[in-house]
Design a protein around this ligand. Structure first.
Ligand SMILES: [Ca+2]
Ligand SMILES: [Ca+2]
Length: 220
């Protein structure tokens, strides 16, 4: 960082000067300017007091945020439960309004199975975001990535393409078993005491339980 020559604003007798400060390279930090006492002569005998300020600092940031997206901590993989959670972690705080559902890319197979990003929730100072993927109606492996240039830090620098260590989650539609009442079974059953008399038959009785109606339950 270098301080350039002050430039008078409004002519030689002006009291206002502009001081250019040049920052080289890539940095993200606060530039604060002040003037110590005694460095400026205001007359032949007087020298300046130390500067005062109401706002003498500017944040300088030309570093692009990086981002990693992975399946969320605690997310089962594979899973039969929708929605699926991923976590996106940026290297610095971003403007949360610049990171929206459409900024997360899902793989084609997941989209074909009905998947979409249904929510993005920031936490931890706008560096960490919960990415929620729902809508799955078929088995699929869901992979989430973030393209470059979709989210910006507070200085407007846009992100680089995401990296991941595990950004895929397998989804399986829960299996169900349908149990139906067997053909020929009366429902409700006729109490034995009021059944009509009939001759004994040598044909086997229906074997299904008379008390089971329609049941469905998931197999996990
Ligand atoms: Ca930055
Ligand atoms: Ca995984």
């Amino acid at each position: 960082m270098t301080v350039g020559a002050p430039v008078a604003v409004g002519g030689a007798s002006t009291k206002t000067w502009t001081v250019p400060i040049t920052v080289a390279g890539t940095h993200d930090g606060i530039v604060q300017a002040s003037i110590i006492a005694g460095v400026v002569n205001t007359s032949l005998t007087d020298s300046s007091a130390a500067s005062t300020s109401t706002d003498n600092q500017v944040r300088y940031d030309n570093i692009a945020p990086t981002v990693a997206i992975n399946q969320a901590t605690g997310q089962a993989d594979p899973t039969t439960v929708s929605p699926i959670h991923f976590t996106a972690v940026f290297s610095e705080a971003i403007d949360p309004t610049t990171f929206v559902a459409g900024d997360v890319t899902l793989n084609a197979a997941a989209i074909a199975a009905g998947a979409s990003v249904t929510g993005i929730t920031p936490s931890a100072g706008n560096t960490t975001f919960d990415v929620v993927v729902g809508g799955l109606t078929a088995d699929a492996t869901v992979t989430a990535t973030i393209a470059a240039g979709v989210a910006a830090d507070l200085a407007g620098n846009v992100n680089t393409v995401s990296t991941s260590t595990d950004n895929s989650v397998g989804f399986n539609i829960p299996l169900t078993v349908h149990v139906g009442q067997a053909n020929g079974v009366l429902d409700p059953a006729i109490p034995r005491s009021i059944r009509p008399m009939r001759r004994r038959s040598t044909s086997p009785r229906p074997s299904a339980s008379r008390s089971i109606r329609h049941l469905s339950f998931p197999l996990t």
